[in-house]
Design a protein around this ligand. Structure first.
Ligand code: NAD
Length: 332
């Protein structure tokens, strides 16, 4: 069995990844900057460390004695966060840089980097009927300002650590990931969790309206967390040395996303639109030709099914007597 470091383990995707790697029987070191009581999921079976991975010495402390690294640590959030915190997003470059150096120096064998669809050229995302972004659409580079440029730079860094130092690196470009045990409030939440929360809150308060960012016609695709975790592990242990899309190709508009959540809730809301809110690119979808070809990977969970699970989890978080801050911790 392998000795695996998961950076960003207190976060949404990292927490689920630790859970799966432990289930597979690996020895896992889980690291995050957040205090342990703020991690979304904590396992008693992993070694859990609170470290700021922007610092070089902490990356050496984290990697030492471990030979595989999954880097999911980043200062990030949904559009509301990344549009207003570009410098903070770019500083995550320190995490990946120091983790790569530590991995090389400590003799790690394999390194995974969590990139994003935000690396894609903005000019190729102006049409809501986006046919799907191919991996080659990242160049010529015109990434999302701040967050996307950091991701693109870190992708290149992985590539050159591979070429120059022989460290095997794998890079997945995630398209929106959603599911339970992730952020749904506080300003860093992404559209699926935010919409579930707003619909639930409207039901609780009886004020049957919802505020949608933009005109609701912008499009995206959303991948359920279980599909994402399988994809991450498949990519890590594949021979794919170039960045590859990991996302759903089931594209919907934000208005359609709201309708699906309303169906789950069993009621309709009056829609109000905030045209000045952060809304990101006009249309984005994942072209899954390459991942299908290399790995036979396809999302197995439909948006409807995944949203139902997410909705139910957020509803339980917000339910009476639960302030939403405790029950999600220490779930195993
Ligand atoms: P998340 O915010 O839930 O998790 C990231 C974790 O990194 C957080 O727990 C945070 O505390 C930790 N972190 C931040 N700075 C750190 C530091 N200096 N040292 C140690 N830990 C630090 O986000 P997530 O949704 O789980 O995303 C994981 C990765 O996937 C990120 O790199 C993100 O950019 C990427 N990604 C996510 C999505 C998505 O839809 N969730 C889409 C594209 C890319």
């Amino acid at each position: 069995m392998k000795r695996i470091l998961v950076a960003g383990a207190g976060g949404f995707i990292g927490g689920h990844l630790v859970k799966e790697l432990i289930r597979e029987g690996h020895t896992v070191r889980a690291v995050d900057i957040k205090p342990l009581n703020e991690w979304y999921q904590v396992s008693e079976k992993s070694e859990n460390l609170v470290l700021d991975l922007r610092l070089r010495e902490n990356c050496f402390r984290a990697v030492n004695g471990f030979n595989e690294v999954f880097n999911l640590a980043a200062d990030m959030g949904g559009m509301g966060f990344i549009e207003n915190n570009k410098a903070a997003c770019m500083i995550s470059v320190l995490i990946n840089t120091h983790l790569l150096i530590a991995s090389k120096e400590c003799g790690a064998d394999r390194f995974f980097y969590a990139s994003s669809a935000c690396v894609y050229n903005g000019d190729k995302q102006t049409d809501p009927d986006n046919p799907g972004l191919k991996e080659s659409d990242a160049y010529p580079a015109l990434a999302e300002d701040g967050y996307g440029w950091e991701k693109l730079f870190s992708e290149r860094m992985c590539r050159h650590f591979s070429e120059d130092f022989g460290l095997v690196t794998r890079v997945a470009r995630f398209h929106n990931v959603y599911g339970p045990f992730g952020t749904y409030d506080g300003g860093r939440e992404k559209a699926p969790a935010a919409i579930c929360r707003k619909v639930i809150e409207a039901g609780i308060s009886g004020k049957k309206e919802i505020l949608i960012w933009g005109d609701g016609q912008q499009t995206r695709s959303f991948m359920y967390i279980d599909d994402c975790i399988k994809g991450i592990i498949d990519i890590m242990y594949s021979g794919i040395s170039e960045p590859i899309n990991l996302g759903s190709s089931e594209m919907v508009s934000i208005n359609q996303l709201v309708s699906i959540v309303e169906d789950i809730a069993g009621y309709r809301l009056e829609r109000k639109y905030d045209l000045n809110a952060p809304k990101g690119v006009r249309g984005r979808n994942s072209d899954n030709t390459l991942i299908r070809q290399y790995l036979g990977w396809e999302p197995s969970i439909s948006l409807k099914k995944g949203l139902k699970k997410t909705y139910e989890w957020i509803a339980s978080e917000l339910s009476e007597g639960n302030d939403g801050k405790n029950s999600r911790r220490f779930n195993r």
